[in-house]
Ligand binder design. Structure first.
Ligand code: ADP
Ligand code: MG
Length: 355
């Protein structure tokens, strides 16, 4: 009996490859929005307005007042690996950003209807372009795909409609738009706290009430108060710690022993990107266990700047966790500082009650 003949190997369609890649980077609307927020901040914006419909599945629109995009760059804007932020492979170690590979807009264009209106300072008008599968596309069938002049203020507006319209398996994965909207508000809130001097707003399409709204001149504590409430904001301690040996600088605000809740909230930024780190979370909870009743937890906003040469940025974009050298030592320094600050507050309080 001869074994069955093997099936011939064939290359996947480029279109299929692109959709697979896009689906890996953007698993939920909040991931698309994160890329768009980071782009807007990278462009030097001080005002970001976000509008969301159906948890971002129907519409994600973000308007910024940043430096805009040159009209001549519009044709390649949404191709994979086109970027203004990285030139040589060596730049990978010094760039200090995660959204560096020119993949975000390309990915979105493969799994959504994407439109961009943008105006640079030296252009007399704004330009509007539509994209599909990485390329300029007509707004309506039969029209030209060329960017069209239009009225607009300085900056960029990105409109993402019908996310996952061509990825049926993804569409089914979403239980409720309100769950997706909650994730979006959480993310926008994180960037609103972190990005000093940038005003953020986020609301549902058609609503007059804002889900989040912070002015550009708000302090970090003001932003935390606005988003997380006074119960948190009134109990914050400022901390700052750095060490040249490990190439890091950390600063932030963390709650004192008067405040505690069932779940830890960590707003963690590494080199100005919102990330997660289970190692940091665990170490902070450990630190607080000496100060808080059993089973109760703190709120902390932590901004960590690490020498980009020590951060492994060349990880796959699906990784929401980040790797960096001397992680243990850095986490230990941060926790030692928080521990010292909490102890100070503790003794000063004891002192006041005694006197
Ligand atoms: P990356 O951010 O990794 O470069 P993206 O696909 O996110 O890749 O964006 C591609 C390029 O488009 C960016 O390098 C930038 O030049 C430009 N760009 C994207 N969004 C904006 C924006 N809001 N304002 C100005 N330029 C933008
Ligand atoms: Mg980007």
């Amino acid at each position: 009996v001869s074994p069955q003949a093997p099936k011939r190997i064939k290359a996947l369609d480029q279109d299929v490859v692109n959709k697979i890649a896009a689906g890996e980077i953007i698993v939920a609307p909040v991931h698309a929005l994160k890329e768009l927020i980071e782009n807007a901040v990278d462009a030097g914006s001080t005002l970001l307005e976000i509008v969301v419909k159906d948890g971002g599945l129907k519409l994600l629109q973000i308007t910024d007042n940043g430096h805009g995009i040159n009209k001549d760059d519009l044709p390649i804007l949404c191709e994979r690996f086109t970027t203004s932020k990285l030139k040589a492979f060596e730049d990978l170690s010094s760039i200090g950003t995660y959204g560096f590979r020119g993949e975000a807009l390309a990915s979105i264009s493969h799994i959504a209807h994407l439109a961009i209106t943008t105006k640079t300072a030296d252009s007399s008008c704004a330009w509007r372009a539509h994209y599909a599968d990485g390329k300029l596309a007509p707004a309506k069938p039969g029209q030209s795909a060329d960017p069209k002049p239009t009225a607009g203020r300085g900056g960029t507006q990105i409109t993402v409609e019908d996310l996952f319209y061509n990825v049926l398996s993804r569409q089914k994965a979403f239980r409720s738009p309100s769950e997706e909207y909650a994730k979006i508000l959480d993310l926008v809130g994180r960037y609103a706290v972190h990005c000093k001097g940038v005003a953020f707003s986020c609301k549902k399409h058609g609503d007059s009430a804002m889900g989040i709204s912070t002015p550009s001149n708000a302090s970090t504590v003001d932003c935390i108060r606005q988003i997380h409430g006074s119960a948190v904001a009134n109990e914050l301690i400022n901390f700052e710690v750095s060490d040249d040996k490990w190439g890091f600088k950390a600063s932030g605000w963390t709650t004192n022993a008067n405040y505690h809740v069932k779940k830890t909230t960590i707003l963690l930024f590494i080199n100005h990107r919102s990330v997660e780190s289970s190692a940091i979370k665990k170490a902070i909870e450990q630190t607080y266990s000496a100060f808080l009743p059993k089973g109760s937890h703190p709120f902390i906003y932590l901004s960590l700047d690490i020498d980009p040469a020590r951060v492994d940025v060349n990880v796959h974009p699906t990784k929401r966790e980040v790797n960096f050298l001397n992680e243990d030592e850095i986490i230990e320094s941060i926790c030692a500082e928080i521990n010292a600050r909490l102890s100070q507050v503790d003794t000063s309080r004891t002192f006041t009650t005694q006197s």
